[in-house]
Design a binder for this molecule. Structure first.
Ligand SMILES: NC(=O)c1ccc[n+]([C@@H]2O[C@H](COP(=O)([O-])OP(=O)(O)OC[C@H]3O[C@@H](n4cnc5c(N)ncnc54)[C@H](OP(=O)(O)O)[C@@H]3O)[C@@H](O)[C@H]2O)c1
Length: 502
């Protein structure tokens, strides 16, 4: 096709996809496809990370032609000469999600393009649809024979994986009826972020941290994932989901498992998954009776964010006026194993908080004895190691130094490694996600047992929250633009600690 694509240089970067493929996107008229999937694919195409023999077949109820589909996607990328090339690989075929006949038509279209692009029957099905459609589409893919081909077949499912433990089990059973576990890619796009992946490298490629990575040296761990946005157009979903299903069962628990897991013998997806699952198996149950002590829930009321007045949750479009859906939660979690015995993990997430930040902070113990107590009135602050996942991705370590001068005074300084200041550009999470699906690499994806164990842990909390109206005394108001309800500050202060991100 005559246009030179940029050559990949350092060998440590991603291995290109070597095999030809067809990518079939369900729900391709939607937001994820336009804003994330196609721009990510176009980027990896520009980097010469995919072969020329590929095509993307979008499908949804909207009756786009392939030309219309290409035009709409053009609005979300820089339309240079390479785009003109790339867009010749894009096609659209409308479908009715519940009508088998339309899947059979889709299969015929797929086969026709497979012949043109010589993709050897390698098929990646991407379910970019709201979760309530997932089961129907999986069933139809199976029953219509779409998943039968002479090449490899894989399926990508976006979180949430189920709604609770029984529905997650049902979804897993259905997926495994038509696909083997190694053909199923459950995405938690947080795990595609460079900073999240770097947690493993940081822990297991630096010998100075692992010996102190345990209850002997670590006082506690905090994970904060805050958003300044509200529910936006997702009230229908959010009203039923709430903060636990939206953030804790997936992103936050996954982050926690990377911090807490044991080193696997080898850097292999299956071994890493197994170590993460062991963390989930060791979580101390929060029973119904424990909920008041180990959790705080909140819902935002009107407030000010970035100088703008914003409405409260109950005044958002699509939200019930008497809604008891929590938009904030703080949890104290323990891992019952030797490494972490007695070390609390404080987990916090919410909408309409002061600013958007996702951060893991490891709080080390204070010095066992201060030799400065006779000359210094202030307390020596403990070291804190921070993984900032977003924004301004960074790793930071705080420590104490002397303020220059004749008197003895301490100051806390921060050693900072900022990803943005380095030479390499930060790839978008979806670039990594798509590359790994196309190469069959499971490292950043979630396995069946991991999903089910995470649901199991949250089952008593979800049962409690799903009681709805009876919760009136348990959901605390917090003003939009703050760090959550005052009860969450009190929650950690009770333990003699305070939230790190302020
Ligand atoms: N958007 C993001 O940035 C993002 C980020 C991370 C994860 N995700 C996940 O990715 C998936 C897709 O997200 P999205 O934002 O692209 O979703 P979306 O725009 O709401 O929906 C995708 C497509 O699904 C079809 N659809 C939507 N609601 C439907 C309904 N009630 N019944 C039948 N069809 C319906 C629509 O296509 P037709 O009407 O043409 O059929 C729509 O264009 C979700 O699971 C989401 O949680 C999204």
């Amino acid at each position: 096709m005559g246009i030179k694509r940029k050559k990949q240089s350092p060998v440590c970067l991603l291995e290109p996809v070597s095999e030809p493929f067809a990518l079939v996107i369900f729900g391709a008229s939607g937001d994820l496809t336009k804003r994330k999937l196609i721009p990510a694919l176009f980027n990896i195409y520009k980097e010469s990370l995919v072969p020329e023999r590929f095509f993307i077949l979008g499908t949804a109820r909207t009756e786009y032609s392939s030309i219309e589909f290409r035009d709409i996607l053009s609005e979300h990328v820089t339309t240079d000469a390479l785009w003109q090339n790339f867009k010749r690989h894009l096609f659209f075929q409308p479908i009715d999600y519940n009508d088998r006949i339309t899947y059979i038509t889709l299969r015929k279209t797929l086969k026709r393009h497979e012949k043109t692009f010589q993709t050897k029957g390698n098929r990646l099905f991407y379910l970019a649809v709201p979760p309530q459609l997932t089961e129907d589409i999986v069933k139809m893919i199976g029953e219509s024979g779409l998943a039968e081909s002479e090449g490899w077949k894989r399926i990508v499912v976006e979180k949430p994986f189920g709604w609770d433990l029984p529905s997650a089990k049902r979804l897993n059973e259905l997926l495994q009826r038509y696909f083997k576990e190694e053909e199923i890619f459950r995405i938690d796009h947080y795990l595609g972020k460079e900073t999240v992946q770097d947690i493993l490298l940081f822990r297991f490629a630096n010998s100075i941290f692992e010996p102190i990575w345990n209850r002997n040296f670590i006082d506690h761990v905090q994970i904060t994932a805050s958003e300044s946005i509200g529910v936006e157009k997702r009230a229908g979903y959010y009203e039923k989901a709430g903060i636990i299903r939206d953030m804790f069962q997936n992103h936050i628990l996954q982050l926690m498992s990377l911090i807490a897991m044991e080193p696997p013998a080898l850097f292999e997806p299956a071994r890493i998954r197994e170590e993460k699952v062991k963390v989930f198996r060791s979580l101390r149950e929060i029973t119904r009776a424990d909920i008041p002590e180990y959790t705080v829930f909140g819902q935002y009321i009107e407030g000010v964010i970035d100088g703008q007045k914003v409405v409260g949750y109950r005044d958002e479009e699509g939200v019930r006026k008497d809604s008891h859906t929590p938009t904030f939660a703080a949890l104290k979690v323990f891992i019952d194993n030797w490494r972490w015995q007695g070390v609390p993990f404080y987990l916090r997430s919410g909408k309409r908080l002061k600013r958007r930040v996702t951060e893991v902070s490891i709080h080390f113990k204070t010095v066992p004895h201060s030799i400065f107590k006779n000359v210094l009135s202030e307390e020596i602050k403990p070291n804190v190691l921070v993984f900032r996942i977003q924004p301004d991705e960074a790793i930071e370590l705080t420590f104490q130094t002397k303020i220059p001068g004749t008197t003895l005074c301490f100051r806390e300084v921060t050693m900072n490694f900022s990803y943005r200041q380095q030479d390499h550009s930060m790839p978008e999470a979806y670039e990594r996600v798509l590359m790994d699906c196309l190469r069959g690499d499971h490292l950043i994806f979630v396995g069946q047992e991991g999903v089910e164990k995470a649901w199991e842990f949250f089952t008593p909390i979800l049962k409690f929250l799903d009681k709805g109206k009876k919760l009136i005394f348990h959901i605390n108001d917090y003003r939009a633009g703050t760090w959550g309800p005052p009860e969450a500050e009190e929650f950690i202060r009770r333990d003699g600690r305070q939230w790190w991100v302020r």
